[in-house]
Write a protein that binds this ligand. Structure first.
Ligand SMILES: [Zn+2]
Length: 462
């Protein structure tokens, strides 16, 4: 028995060593692609044949719980840092603003390349540089900013006129490298759709969104065919995801700030669906007033923003925030609905969730997970690249299940199995007791005690 235990221990150590050896080998390049505003349930609502073929050969995470606020910039920065918005400091943006009370600077989407905004965290394209890799980031939010004095090896200034084909063509060239130049090991690629169409037409418009998603799927088809043409298919890990979903808005669902609070009583920093403001009078009284104003609006003092939103511990979070219910739009005044679709709402809402699909030599085939946190993708990508992760809010525990080389315990399956075994054992025990009680002879009927008159063993008679 002792010998068996010793052999088992040795086998375990050898297996672990072999696993570490594999992890230390030169990892495959990783291509991260984001299609902005790809709501998770578009996968059920629209055909998407190229995307479905891709994840049938790889993995699908049906819903990603993203970070609050469910806007483009915070979530793209969370994907490449593994941090909540309060930790990386990019707290708004996608038709919205930020204000920094220390530097007194305003951030706007057309003026976003001041490194000050981005340098509270280090994106993966820089961390991978520290490991001697070349990296690329094309149009990804923050990629054209000199963060902590560096950029990716290859990047472009943001220009929405550059086509998907052009963005992709540069990336496949960079991954391949050339005779003298080492290829890129990590590349991030951003595309503006279906977010743009979702804002204009609203996610419930099946015709318009069907066309937008057909284009997105065609781009995925192009991505696969280009990887095949260049011989990279099967040698590159490809991870396709998004930043957030989209909710249908309506002119029937407007919340007018002017009905709640005189405009001279506050400075507006950001508007909808999460309003950030600096009150000019008592903040407590302002919040009390706002909370009585509209049943589809919740106002918070900064210190009372719920922990689960991870949106409090940063100087750039304003003293008061207001969160609209799903599909409601906050305006200052008037009846004009600015957008038919919007995002930014509570990150617990399924309509705000994106998805994740991946394929490549490191991923399992035909495997599905129902959900994952978007901050978990950062440790997963660091693991795929054998790069030491920066401190982050994610975990590899569940994401590990997506990988071929990893042992994975499906917790829900294990709990189900244990409960099942316990139920069977309990049933068997009860059944056994019941059966044995039925076969046990019952108490014998009363018998008169027979006294043997001749019993001379009675010592008293002796
Ligand atoms: Zn957007």
């Amino acid at each position: 028995m002792l010998l068996k235990m010793l052999l088992g221990f040795l086998c375990g150590v050898l297996a672990l060593a072999a696993e570490n050896d594999t992890a230390q080998q030169d990892p495959p390049p990783l291509l991260l692609v984001s299609f902005d505003g790809f709501r998770a349930d578009y996968l059920q609502r629209f055909p998407m044949p190229n995307l479905k073929l891709l994840y049938s050969q790889g993995v699908l995470v049906e819903q990603l719980t993203n970070v609050f606020i469910t806007k483009t910039f915070p979530n793209h920065y969370s994907l490449v840092t593994g941090l909540y918005a309060e930790s990386h400091g990019i707290l708004g943006i996608c038709i919205s603003n930020m204000y920094d009370p220390v530097s007194h600077k305003y951030f706007h989407v057309n003026n976003d390349t001041d490194p000050m905004w981005w340098s509270e965290a280090q994106p993966l394209w820089l961390t991978a540089l520290d490991h001697g890799y070349k990296t690329a980031a094309v149009m990804w939010p923050g990629s054209d900013v000199t963060i902590r004095n560096r950029t990716a090896t290859h990047f472009f200034p943001y220009n929405p006129a550059v086509t998907f084909r052009q963005r992709l063509g540069n990336i496949t060239d960079w991954i391949q490298g050339n005779g003298t130049e080492q290829g890129v090991k990590f590349a991030a690629l951003y595309w503006e759709e279906p977010d743009r169409s979702g804002h204009i037409f609203g996610p419930d418009n099946n015709t318009a969104m069907g066309e937008a998603l057909k284009e997105v799927d065609d781009n995925i088809g192009l991505l696969v065919s280009e990887l095949k043409r260049t011989g990279l298919w099967g040698r590159v890990n490809v991870l396709i995801t998004s930043d957030h979903g989209m909710a249908q808005c309506s002119a029937e669902r407007l919340i007018r700030l002017d009905d709640c609070l005189p405009s001279e009583n506050y400075t507006l920093v950001d508007l909808s669906p999460v309003t950030a403001l600096i009150p000019h009078k008592d903040p407590e009284a302002t919040v009390a007033l706002l909370n009585k104003c509209h049943k589809h609006l919740t106002a918070y003092l900064k210190k009372r923003i719920p922990d689960r939103l991870h949106y409090r511990n940063n100087e750039r979070v304003q003293p008061v925030i207001l969160i609209a219910d799903e599909g409601w739009t906050i305006v200052q005044r008037g009846n004009k609905l600015p957008r038919l679709g919007d995002h930014g709402y509570d990150n617990s809402l399924p309509s705000m969730h994106p998805f994740m699909a991946a394929t490549g030599p490191s991923f399992r085939q035909g495997y599905r997970l129902s959900s994952l946190h978007s901050v978990d993708l950062y440790p997963l990508m660091c693991h795929l690249l054998s790069v030491t992760a920066q401190p982050n809010n994610g975990t590899l525990t569940k994401a590990r299940c997506l990988l071929t080389a990893e042992k994975c315990w499906d917790v829900s399956l294990m709990v189900g199995l244990v409960i099942g075994v316990l139920l069977v054992l309990t049933t068997l025990t009860v059944l056994f007791r019941f059966m044995s009680s039925r076969h046990r002879p019952g108490p014998r009927p009363f018998q008169r005690l027979q006294v043997d008159d001749d019993d001379d063993d009675d010592p008293l008679l002796e």
